[in-house]
Design a protein around this ligand. Structure first.
Ligand SMILES: NC(=O)c1ccc[n+]([C@@H]2O[C@H](COP(=O)([O-])OP(=O)(O)OC[C@H]3O[C@@H](n4cnc5c(N)ncnc54)[C@H](OP(=O)(O)O)[C@@H]3O)[C@@H](O)[C@H]2O)c1
Length: 244
């Protein structure tokens, strides 16, 4: 019997890395639930991917708890479940980024709300049904700024460090549930977020998000092979064509 493809919820899927991950998942015919704040760009992503797979988009801010609940509910209503959560949406904070000694605290709290609290909230919303089904995968997108002490990257970097530690603890708490928690650092990319982090700096030498996105397919296909639910999905092989 054909197993259905896993259903993925990807935040920040209207551009950059999130859109590239969505494109690769769509090529695998995975049903997709996408969100980002800008409705127009999100709709453009949905229209593009609709050619490849079943996809819905709901515009909104992941740090708005009611929006997070709506997105998860919409995914369940449309597809019956969410198997994969990619917490990709993120805020760099004020641009240019302030040094910590002058960092506006309300802006810092906002960075943590988007980069730490929202991923945990979405995790809390999807884990119970993943637990009930005996499997699932949650990927939290991090950065080397979580471990390197780059001047002015402290607000963003501290939020990513928190996200990483939260992921470690979640993994320990969910051991035996079949739910796997990953953190992925995609490396430097020439995206809007990075351009906001370094305004006026020429980033054209950096790769685009197409280089890092296949790692997320790799995780899905290879790393989750141990637990039954996704074993069937492994039957759809990754191809080098996905790197184009
Ligand atoms: N670029 C790099 O060099 C780099 C390096 C290491 C790690 N990362 C990580 O990679 C991930 C993707 O970043 P990117 O470079 O691809 O950025 P990007 O091109 O600016 O894309 C960010 C995406 O997130 C959405 N978003 C931002 N804030 C949101 C919010 N509060 N609620 C919902 N959606 C929101 C954006 O759409 P809207 O603005 O319309 O909401 C957009 O779709 C992030 O987690 C980032 O920290 C990036």
């Amino acid at each position: 019997m054909n197993q259905p493809q896993p259903v993925a919820l990807i935040t920040g899927a209207s551009r950059g890395l999130g859109l590239e991950i969505a494109r690769l998942f769509a090529r695998r015919k995975m049903p997709l639930v996408l969100t980002a704040r800008g409705a127009e760009a999100l709709q453009a992503a949905v229209d593009e991917l609709r050619e490849l797979t079943d996809v819905i988009g709901l515009p909104g801010d992941v740090s708005d708890g009611a929006h997070a609940e709506r997105v998860v509910r919409l995914g369940r209503e449309r597809f019956g479940r969410i198997d994969v959560l990619v917490n990709n949406a993120s805020s760099i904070g004020p641009s240019p980024m302030p040094a910590l000694e002058a960092y506006p605290l309300d802006a810092l709290a906002e960075v943590f709300r988007i980069n730490v609290v929202a991923p945990l909230h979405l995790t809390q919303l999807v884990v119970p049904s993943m637990r009930a089904r005996g499997g699932g995968m949650i990927v939290n997108v991090t950065s080397d700024a979580a471990v390197q002490a780059y001047p002015t990257w402290g607000g963003y970097g501290a939020s990513k460090a928190a996200l990483e530690h939260l992921s470690r603890v979640l993994a320990a708490e969910l051991e035996g549930s079949g739910i796997r928690i990953y953190v992925v650092d995609p490396g430097d990319m020439n995206t809007q977020m990075h351009r906001e982090a370094e305004p006026g700096v020429d980033l054209s030498h950096l790769p685009g998000p197409k280089i890092a996105a296949p790692a997320f397919v790799h995780l899905l296909v290879h790393e989750t092979a141990q637990f039954g639910r996704f074993e069937a999905q492994k039957l759809v092989p990754a191809t080098s064509g996905e790197r184009s």
